[in-house]
Design a protein around this ligand. Structure first.
Ligand SMILES: NC(=O)c1ccc[n+]([C@@H]2O[C@H](COP(=O)([O-])OP(=O)(O)OC[C@H]3O[C@@H](n4cnc5c(N)ncnc54)[C@H](O)[C@@H]3O)[C@@H](O)[C@H]2O)c1
Ligand SMILES: O=C(O)C[C@H](O)C(=O)O
Length: 329
């Protein structure tokens, strides 16, 4: 058996937490040979509910669960953490955009960035799920001077999986036939799900579908507005699919992407594809031995360029808004 790694999860008594913790403890995230110690952060009033979740975790008798810590102090929950999933934040309600949560949620990510910088493992991998995820990741990394900005990711994997599922339905193929999907930009309605480089059974997806109107007016809005559609239907924001995407993102980051395929991850831009430096932006990536590399050399046509610029512009506006709030210098 490998020595256990420490996995911090914030908002652990929430909806996503309830779908997430049991899968992490089962080995779905880091592999079935990797014991984990869960370090769970909640606000003080939710600690009682969190205790109930911990009782259930224990009742599963997971062979890989080597310990559980609970706290309302980020410096305790993040101590020596190798992985941190920052989920704890308000979800939006019907009629809101995710960016409407910046005022309420932005303030959570400054002290959490500071605490990670002070006490987490120097190699910690941080995934921000709480919305608006990209700009919350920017806040966290901007307040973590002792860690590298590239250690902070935001989640666009749910959008990525939604895009794969929609394309599979359209083409009548199984999801396993689909590779090289990309979500560029923000986890918001301006995101750009890119079919120009995706493949279905090795064939170019855009050419196979051969229907630009469907791509522009059905596929892109369906993927980009799926979160709102789920809130409308369930009365609550997505939880099991969000937890599943967080597991998949961390698994890809820790264990690598499949040969010949790539995935989508959002992290601070290095200027690739003309994306302004520092914006936490979704890119196509491969991962090998923990090293995340942006897929280089993809041809960007005028349609894609306009979409990629629009989502970057929205992220620049969000960056300005959190600068104005004093959360980012
Ligand atoms: N990036 C994505 O694809 C994606 C997908 C789904 C949901 N989300 C977002 O994830 C977040 C959580 O969603 P949920 O449905 O689990 O919400 P929820 O309200 O069920 O749970 C959130 C939990 O976070 C806790 N919390 C609040 N402030 C905290 C803090 N400072 N420290 C620690 N814990 C704190 C709350 O007590 C609550 O238990 C929301 O912001 C939601 O919009 C993101
Ligand atoms: O849409 C939301 O507010 C929740 C989440 O970001 C989602 O995409 O399902």
């Amino acid at each position: 058996m490998k020595p256990p790694v420490r996995v911090a999860v914030t908002g652990a008594a929430g909806q996503i937490g309830y779908s997430l913790l049991f899968r992490i403890a089962s080995g779905a995230m880091l592999g079935e040979d990797q014991p984990v110690i869960l370090q769970l952060l909640e606000i003080t009033p939710a600690l009682k509910a969190l205790n109930g979740v911990v009782m259930e975790l224990k009742d599963c008798a997971f062979p890989l669960l080597a310990g559980v810590v609970t706290s309302d102090d980020p410096k305790v929950a993040f101590k020596d953490a190798d992985y941190a999933l920052l989920v704890g934040a308000l979800p939006r309600k019907a009629g809101m955009e995710r960016s409407d949560l910046l005022n309420a949620n932005g303030g959570i990510f400054k002290p959490q960035g500071e605490a990670l910088s002070e006490v987490a493992s120097r190699n910690v991998k941080v995934l921000v799920v709480g919305n608006p995820a990209n700009t919350n990741a920017l806040i966290a990394l901007s307040n973590a001077p002792k860690l590298k900005p590239s250690q902070f990711h935001a989640m666009v994997r749910l959008d990525h999986n939604r895009a794969i599922s929609q394309l599979a339905e359209k083409t009548g193929k199984p999801v396993t036939a689909i590779q090289k999907m990309t979500i560029w930009g923000n986890h918001s309605t301006t995101q750009f799900p890119d079919l120009y480089h995706a493949t279905v059974d090795g064939k170019n997806a855009y050419e196979l579908v051969n229907d630009h109107a469907w791509y522009e007016t059905t596929f892109i809005p369906t993927v980009a507005k799926r979160g709102a559609a789920i809130i409308e239907a369930r009365g609550l924001s997505s939880a099991a699919s969000a937890a599943n995407a967080a597991i998949a993102h961390m698994r890809s980051w820790a264990l690598g992407t499949a040969e010949g395929d790539w995935t989508s991850m959002a992290f601070p831009s290095d200027g690739s594809y003309g994306v302004p430096e520092g914006l936490v932006y979704g890119f196509p990536v491969t991962v090998k031995n923990g090293q995340v590399e942006i897929v280089k050399g993809l041809e960007i046509n005028a349609f894609s360029r306009a979409k990629m610029d629009a989502t970057a512009k929205e992220l620049e506006e969000e960056r300005q808004a959190v600068k104005d709030l004093g959360l980012v210098k």
